[in-house]
Design a protein around this ligand. Structure first.
Ligand SMILES: Cc1ncc(COP(=O)(O)O)c(C=O)c1O
Length: 421
């Protein structure tokens, strides 16, 4: 007897190219998106959801903003990739750097991971040093070096007595001033500190008062540069960099997501002085698609759209939703709090938000976060299923949408009282 033929594996590995974006099945059904508009997303069965994921933070104007669509369509029609220099790229750089203070020069790339990579190479070229120090629990993309110590990784626990150096990267503890001094003691090879000024990918852990100042002072004292990873935070809480809002003056910053409304684009931005090295050809920068006309059109149209956002209103609306969640949880006898901002927050099943990565790791309740995700999804609200996941509120989430969102949360939290304990 011959063995039955094995079922062929599907051509698309894992059903999605970026593993972190896969959703669990619900009632045996896979989730597949059909389209998205404003605060909503529809699945292939035509079900409408209020989307609190918004392209993992890429949409600040809401999905499929008309002005961005028009600009992108025009760019596609004029040739998606002529290959040589074009004015749209220059206009996009001007539009982007209008809101980034002393970081007046830009280089476009295609993803946040690339922007971080280029930032690290630039810092090494400038200082002649090799090591980049990054925070345990910070996420800077999936490239080999910066992925060291990403949220949930074994090395992010920092169990070792000795500080680990892997390749050209080492780790330090967020919100721990003493650890900054320990990092620099006896070391003269640190080119830069790479920081997510809010540890967003570990559940929106905010910097303690004066922590960023201590960090900047130590970096200056030891001749290391500061690279702010603003891929998630840039243009999310105000029309500019989060670093500048909290008094940090990095020499370099990586931006992405919100600058392109979901079109694949990111950028390294830097001070005139540092970017002069790039003008001089150090380090290597290349990329068939970097700064392509479609991405450039998306940036210019998005930056124009961001000028019209009333950020204070977006933050206030999000904060009202957060307050409703806390109240609903209390009514249901659940312990719940949120960390972050009105436009981007994480839900915790504990009394107060964690202040360090170690506390966040200990506080994570993956089974409850998954239940919350599944039950909300069943009722028409989409969230990230992970315990460190964020809820994103955009300019398109108006009072009516958020009222519906809050009432669905209220039903779900009441329903979860029995399992959350
Ligand atoms: C803070 C931060 N840096 C870098 C990245 C990587 O960006 P990309 O996924 O565009 O490569 C992300 C993505 O989530 C991010 O949140």
């Amino acid at each position: 007897m011959t063995a039955p033929p094995e079922k062929p594996m599907p051509p698309l590995v894992g059903g999605i190219s970026s593993a972190g974006r896969s959703l669990p099945e619900l009632d045996g059904v896979k989730f597949r998106t059909a389209r998205a508009k404003g605060p909503y997303l529809w699945d292939e069965d035509g079900r409408r959801y209020i989307d609190l994921v918004q392209g993992f933070g890429a949409a600040m104007l809401g999905h499929s903003a008309e002005a961005v669509n028009a600009a992108v369509s025009e760019a596609v029609a004029a040739g998606a990739l002529p290959g040589f220099a074009h004015g749209a790229e220059e206009r996009a750089a001007a539009a982007l750097t209008r809101r980034t203070g002393k970081l007046t020069r830009a280089i476009f790339v295609n993803s946040g991971s690339e922007a971080v990579q280029l930032a690290c190479q630039t810092a090494r070229a400038r200082t002649g040093r090799r090591l980049i120090a990054k925070f345990a629990g910070a996420y800077h993309g999936w490239h080999d070096g910066p992925a060291l110590g990403r949220p949930g990784s074994p090395e992010a626990k920092l169990d070792d007595e000795e500080r680990k150096v892997q390749g050209q990267f080492t780790l330090l503890r967020f919100n721990d001033t003493d650890d900054i001094e320990r990092l620099f003691s006896g070391r003269h090879d640190i080119a830069a500190i790479l920081i997510e000024p809010v540890l967003a990918n570990a559940g929106c852990i905010r910097p303690a008062p004066s922590y960023l100042k201590s960090l900047a002072q130590a970096a200056r004292r030891h001749g290391a540069l500061l690279i702010a990873d603003e891929v998630l935070m840039g243009f999310r809480v105000h029309n500019g960099l989060f670093s500048h809002q909290c008094g940090l003056s990095p020499e370099l910053a990586a931006v992405g997501k919100a600058i392109g409304s979901g079109v694949a684009v990111a950028a390294l931005i830097g001070t005139d002085e540092i970017m002069a090295d790039e003008d001089g050809g150090r380090p290597l920068r290349a990329g068939t698609y970097s700064g392509n006309p479609v991405a450039s059109a998306a940036v210019s149209a998005t930056m124009a759209g961001l000028e019209n956002i009333d950020y204070r209103r977006v933050l206030a609306r999000g904060d009202r939703l957060r307050a409703r969640l806390s109240a609903a949880a209390a009514n249901a006898g659940l312990t719940l709090c949120t960390s972050g901002f009105g436009s981007m927050f994480t839900i915790w099943f504990r009394e107060t938000p964690p202040g360090s990565y170690a506390a966040a790791l200990a506080a994570r309740r993956p089974e409850l976060s998954m239940q919350l995700h599944l039950r909300l999804r069943r009722r028409g609200v989409l969230t990230m299923p992970d315990g460190f996941g964020r809820c994103f509120i955009t300019a398109a989430h108006d009072d009516e949408v958020l009222e519906e969102t809050a009432s669905i949360f209220e039903q779900v939290l009441a329903e979860m009282a029995d399992i959350a304990g």
